[in-house]
Design a binder for this molecule. Structure first.
Ligand SMILES: C[S@@+](CC[C@H](N)C(=O)[O-])C[C@H]1O[C@@H](n2cnc3c(N)ncnc32)[C@H](O)[C@@H]1O
Length: 360
């Protein structure tokens, strides 16, 4: 059971709803078990928190990071394997790049700062009565995320055959704009949206032009490149969004979608008020590879979006008193608009059995 006496408890700082961040707890049970250490637990709450963090950080240090950049190719069709772009570094293209390393080091330093973490923890408990977790993070300037570096983004764009123009970029659901900032210098105009007011303030502070969440496609655009990173599982109407994405691309433009898999939608601000999305996105299949194929064939293609390149990266989130950082499997797709030939899926409300609680 999650949170049982001897397990490190993973709780992501960026809206984590369950304890499956940083690999599964099953991974931890396999990798971290040292019965002699586990039998000792300090008394006193601070000592125990620090002890648990040290154990969790040891688990992270021992984790094989090559797994972040790999998929099981035996489970992927050949035509899709041709579109696979490895994004790790090193001889086997399976190691974190410099930008990811810098993020991890900074995150570890911040997570080790007791005054900072104590302040975050206090403020979070007080604010959680009034505003969403994302907005709390925006207000406190914490829970920053890392998806890709400028080099990784350019590699994907090259692989997709994109040669420009590099006139306009919009990053939808950009959060605090940390990932936008990695690629902003490549474009003449950079737009962003976010539903959370503190995140919009953060985006404006970075000098991005912040557009309205509903009218972004009317206020500016069409756009040469649209980023939709880790938003489809967090927004209330993902099908409506996919259609807008297709029609808001400039001719020859590219849409970059990142999605945490296995798919687990969780909506902070939605019409249903129960954290379930109003529209059902048919991401089916058991396991990451099956869901990648399902997304390309059953979600993107019917929405008139053709996959040109794809890859897998760790979605990194700043740590806290629980551990130095958190990660999830993020799959990145570069798509182009196609005329819609297949009838799009009905915009059905989800049934009540839908699983909830993607991690951050
Ligand atoms: C998981 S975060 C992703 C942030 C960033 N794109 C990244 O990949 O790190 C999802 C973000 O989407 C925002 N969001 C949710 N629904 C939205 C919507 N309909 N339009 C714009 N932003 C939305 C949330 O406030 C949150 O900042």
């Amino acid at each position: 059971m999650a949170g049982a006496a001897d397990e490190p408890i993973a709780r992501c700082t960026y809206g984590c709803q369950d304890n499956t961040c940083s690999g599964s707890l099953a991974d931890r049970r396999d990798g971290a078990a040292n019965p002699s250490v586990q039998s000792y637990r300090p008394h006193g709450s601070l000592a125990r928190v620090l002890y648990d963090k040290r154990k969790a950080d040891e688990w992270l240090a021992a984790y094989d990071k090559r797994r972040w950049y790999k998929v099981d190719k035996r489970k992927i069709r050949e035509d899709l394997l041709d579109l696979w772009i490895p994004l790790g570094t090193g001889p086997n293209a399976d190691q974190p790049d410099k930008a990811a390393e810098i993020f991890l080091v900074r995150s570890a330093e911040r997570s080790d700062s007791l005054p900072l973490q104590a302040w975050h923890s206090l403020a979070r408990s007080a604010l959680s009565w009034f505003i969403s977790r994302t907005s709390i993070n925006g207000l406190l300037g914490r829970g920053s995320m890392h998806v890709f570096s400028s080099e990784q983004f350019q590699k994907l764009m090259d692989a997709s055959g994109f040669t420009g123009p590099w006139h306009s970029l919009v990053d939808l659901g950009a959060g605090d704009g940390a990932t936008t900032a990695h690629v902003a210098h490549l474009f003449e105009k950079v737009y962003a949206t976010d539903i959370s007011p503190p995140m919009r303030w953060a985006l404006a502070r970075r000098k991005f032009t912040v557009l309205d969440v509903e009218r972004w496609h009317q206020e500016a655009g069409p756009f040469n490149v649209i980023l939709c990173l880790n938003l489809l599982d967090r927004c209330d109407r993902p099908n409506t969004l996919l259609n807008l994405l297709r029609t808001s691309l400039a001719p020859g433009g590219r849409l970059v979608v990142a999605l945490v898999l296995p798919f687990s939608p969780y909506v902070e601000v939605g019409e249903r008020g129960n954290h379930k999305p109003s529209e059902y996105l048919p991401v089916r299949g058991n396991g990451l590879e099956a869901q990648i194929i399902g997304l390309i064939d059953r979600v993107f293609a019917p929405a008139g979006l053709r996959c040109l390149a794809w890859s897998k990266l760790p979605y990194l989130c700043e740590g806290d008193l629980g551990q130095a950082y958190y990660f999830l499997d993020d799959v990145i797709f570069v798509l182009e608009a196609q005329p819609v030939t297949v009838r799009p899926y009905e915009f059905a409300a989800v049934d009540d059995g839908v699983s909830l609680g993607r991690n951050f």
